[in-house]
Design a protein around this ligand. Structure first.
Ligand code: 5GP
Length: 187
């Protein structure tokens, strides 16, 4: 068995389901975990920091990295590229950490192909109505983009049974704790 697998947790869930908040809580609760910082061509939101939340790249730079085989996986999501850099995983696992990837469903499936024993978790919102409420409340996308993300959310929910576990996000702390418990029980 590849020892990298057991030190990878892949978390997916529709936009607005609270993935980033839950993962942030996990990292605060347990210092074994570290985030894989993805590269993206999406525009940076005002609260985001380059190199911390994402590595923000131009399309040209992203495509250059694709051609140099720097990505473990990448995808086009709502007209922007997102990808996991191999270096993010390898360096962090080699440093003894458990790497958490917060990525969409296609990326999760591709990571599972390379690392079949990694742990995959689908974070489900309590309902689609609640998801829409959260997306609108966070005020980071305009109406057209929210509609596009809700359409995508419906599509993504159809993939939840392909994950090792489905966890419903009703409460951030409980949800983070459930993921840590699942990880420990699987180890
Ligand atoms: P957002 O624009 O809301 O930050 O992210 C949009 C979607 O892209 C989310 O579902 C997020 O999890 C996903 N995503 C972020 N980074 C990656 C990545 O490296 N690879 C893939 N496949 N999806 C990603």
């Amino acid at each position: 068995m590849n020892s990298i697998d057991k030190n990878i947790i892949v978390i997916s869930g529709p936009s607005g389901c609270g993935k980033d908040t839950v993962v942030k809580k996990m990292l605060q609760m347990d210092e074994r975990f570290i985030l894989s910082v993805s590269a993206t061509t999406r525009e940076r939101r005002p609260i985001e920091k380059d190199g911390v939340d994402y590595i923000f790249l131009t399309s040209e730079d992203f495509i250059q990295k694709v051609s140099e085989c720097e990505f473990l996986e990448y995808t086009l999501y709502c007209n922007n590229y997102y990808g996991t850099l191999k270096k993010q995983i390898e360096d962090k696992v080699n440093a003894g950490r458990v790497v958490v990837l917060v990525i969409e469903v296609e990326g999760a499936q591709n990571v599972k192909k390379v690392y079949p024993d990694c742990l995959t978790i689908f974070l489900a919102p309590p309902s689609l109505e609640e998801l829409e409420r959260r997306l609108r409340n966070r005020n980071t996308e305009d109406d057209a983009k929210i509609k596009q993300r809700l359409f995508k959310a419906n599509e993504e929910l159809g993939f939840k049974s392909s994950y090792d576990y489905i966890v419903e996000n009703n409460d951030v702390e409980e949800c983070a704790k459930s993921i840590i418990d699942i990880f420990d029980s699987e180890k």
